[in-house]
Structure formats: C-alpha cells, structure tokens
Design a protein around this ligand. Structure first.
Ligand code: ARG
Length: 373
C-alpha cells in the first residue's frame, strides 16, 4: 500500500494481524479471510480508517482479557458480554449505557462479566467519550486538615475534582463517587448513580461479634474504567469492563493496606490480639480473619466472589486449555501470585513469560501494561 501514510499502513498491518487471528481461531475459511482483508484495505485507502464488525469487536475484547497477564481469572475469557456503545457521543446516553452495564453485570449478586465499548479514536483527546473514574463504582476519599483521610485514600484526587464540579458529598467513609465523563470538546459531565443499582456488602465475621461492629462494607462489582483497549490497531479510550472479586483484593489490599483503609489494627483489637510485637504475627492473623469475614459476608449476601486458592487453581486450568489449543501462555508473576499465602497457591511455583500481546488493555497514564495501580 505505497500510496498511503505510514500510520494507516501500520493500521492495516495491525488489522491484518488481528483479523487473521480471529479467522484462524474461529475456523473461518481462507477465502473469507482474504475477502475481509481486501475490504479493510479498501476502507483504509478511502477513509484512512476502518470499522470492526460487532463479531470482531466482541472477539477482540475477549482476546484482550485472555492476553491480560496480570489477570488470574482468565479461564472465563469466552464468557465476556460485549455492549457496543461505539455510536454514542452524548454524555447522558453514555451514562444510561453505563447504568445498564452496572445492572446487567451485578445481576442481583450473580455477577456476569461485561464490557461497554465506546467509540475508538487515534488519541485520547479526540475520544468521543472518556471516563475519568478509575472504576465506575468506587468510594470517595477526603483529606482532612490534620492530614488524616476519611474514606479511600486512593480516591483523594478524583474526589477533589468531583467536589469542584459541584458534587455534594456526605463525607462518610463509604460514599459512592459519581461518574465523570469528558467529551471531545473538553467538557466534563458529572452524574450520580441511582442508589438502587449499586450493590454493597456489609462485612461481618462468622465468629466474632466485634468484627461486625467495625462498620466496614465493600461494593459488589469491580468495573475498571481507566484502561485503554486496543484491538486490531483501533484504540478504545473508554471501555469499562468487569469481573467479580477475588477475596484478597477486598480484604488484603483495599481494606488492609496501610495506605488504603488500614483496618488490621482494628481487627486485631476486636479479636483481642497481642499487638506489642510484630513477631507475634498479629497482622498476619488479623489478615486471615479479615479475609474470612469478607468471604463469609459475600457468601451470605449472595454476591459472587472467589477465594485465592480456587482462583489460582482456575488459572492453572486456563494454562492447560491454552496449551491444548496450541498456544503458549504469558503472565505476570508479581500480579498472579495473591497478596497473601503466596506459596500455598500453584502459581507461586511457576515461571511466566511476561510478554505483551495485543489485543490487550493498557494503562492510559503510563502507556504501559505493567504499571501497578
Ligand atoms: N483490584 C481492584 C479492586 O480491588 C479490582 C481489579 C479488577 N478485579 C477483578 N476481580 N476483575 O478494586
């Protein structure tokens, strides 16, 4: 294709790579592949761009999940439901679509994986819709004058922005943040989620009364909304996707990390642990109790959650399926090993090649899939 610009040449090469993979894996014929590639070539020559069909978009999003080296839940990549929102440019319509995503994904606790894909663009500022939230559902964080924080310390910056935009908050430890959308005219649009679509789980401990008095809770569905999805050279700057939680994400990280909700000292107190010396392993014991409480609470609330033993075993099954299909596996050991009891989980004893394949999800800020949140 000598007549067109290098970047469109690159676009064609990326399209060719993805479309060929899609057609190969879904066992379509060589003739079908050739005719589709000719079509794309024409489209790029005429419009400097091409459109993925809904089937291609759908398969591409699933491959992006399968290629996510940090994700331990990849066994279920084929079960992703794709909502095509590529034609949406109005912020209110985008908000409505995302409410729908939350409802469908939450499914009264029987969580299903969904992705809502807004229109592609060459760069971030020209994206028809951008979502400024890290996750669609997240708790606010308020920096106090004395330097302490109410709520989730990770949300302090974003919470400030919401307040500047006129958001009226309650100021509690668990305020659900509103949605902030940026349109390509640079305008920001703020929407409050209807309360009845957000499912939350109060945390109680099966044995210890004190555990229930901590006033902890967490939301049901993690929906990452700040990553870039790339399929066949097309970049989707807004493509929020969800799975369901592994217990350690909530208990070991969100509620226990000292730079997050920092709850281990309170748990230790509720369980009357001797905290004079770290070598008594009170933090480790408290961590186990908090994980027990979180698993128990999601269970009795009827909200889907997986423990780290089951999840890592499922990742091994994923590897077996991939190998059987003649594909090699890539992975990021530092993410696949859970943040507690690592060596009890099979992934700890393995090595992974951390090579990045596309389609994939990328971190927008760093432009790098290895960036840790
Ligand atoms: N670790 C993040 C959190 O605790 C969620 C990341 C996505 N997790 C998932 N199970 N799909 O909120």
């Amino acid at each position: 294709m000598p007549s067109i610009h290098t970047s469109t040449e690159q676009l064609y090469l990326d399209a060719q790579k993805f479309i060929s993979q899609y057609y190969r894996e879904t066992e379509k014929s060589k003739e079908e592949l050739t005719s589709r590639l000719d079509q794309i070539e024409d489209e790029i020559e005429n419009k400097n761009d091409y459109q993925l069909t809904l089937d291609e978009l759908s398969y591409g999003a699933k491959l992006a999940w399968r290629n996510s080296n940090r994700c331990v839940g990849r066994l279920f990549w084929k079960s992703l439901h794709v909502i095509d929102a590529r034609s949406i440019t109005s912020p209110i319509e985008a908000f409505k679509k995302l409410c729908e995503h939350i409802k469908l994904a939450t499914n009264e606790g029987n969580i299903r994986s969904f992705i809502t894909i807004f229109g592609p663009s060459e760069n971030r500022s020209s994206a028809p819709i951008q979502i400024l939230n890290h996750q669609l559902i997240r708790y606010a964080g308020y920096l106090q004058e004395d330097g302490s924080i109410i709520g989730d310390p990770q949300s302090v910056e974003f919470t400030k922005l919401c307040i500047q935009l006129g958001w009226e908050n309650v100021g509690s430890h668990f305020d659900i943040l509103p949605l902030v959308i940026k349109t390509n005219d640079g305008q920001l649009h703020l929407f409050e989620w209807p309360e009845d679509i957000i499912l939350e789980v109060p945390i109680t401990h099966p044995a210890n009364q004190g555990g229930s008095e901590l006033g902890l809770k967490w939301y049901a569905v993690p929906i990452i909304s700040d990553m870039l999805l790339e399929i066949g050279g097309q970049k989707f700057y807004a493509a929020p996707f969800n799975g369901y939680y592994m217990s350690t994400e909530v208990a070991t990280r969100n509620l226990a990390d000292s730079h997050r909700y920092n709850q281990l000292p309170q748990i230790a107190q509720a369980f009357k642990m001797d905290t004079t010396n770290k070598s008594m392993l009170w933090q480790d014991r408290a961590l186990v109790e908090l994980n027990t409480a979180v698993l128990h609470s999601y269970e009795i609330a009827g909200v889907k959650m997986v423990d780290h033993h089951t999840a890592t075993k499922q990742h091994q099954q994923f590897e077996q399926v991939e190998n059987k299909s003649g594909r090699s596996i890539t992975g990021d050991w530092t993410w696949l090993v859970p943040p507690m009891s690592g060596s009890l989980c099979p992934v700890f004893h393995q090595e992974f090649e951390n090579r990045v394949r596309t389609p994939n999800f990328f971190n927008k800020e760093k432009g790098c899939p290895f960036h840790k949140n």
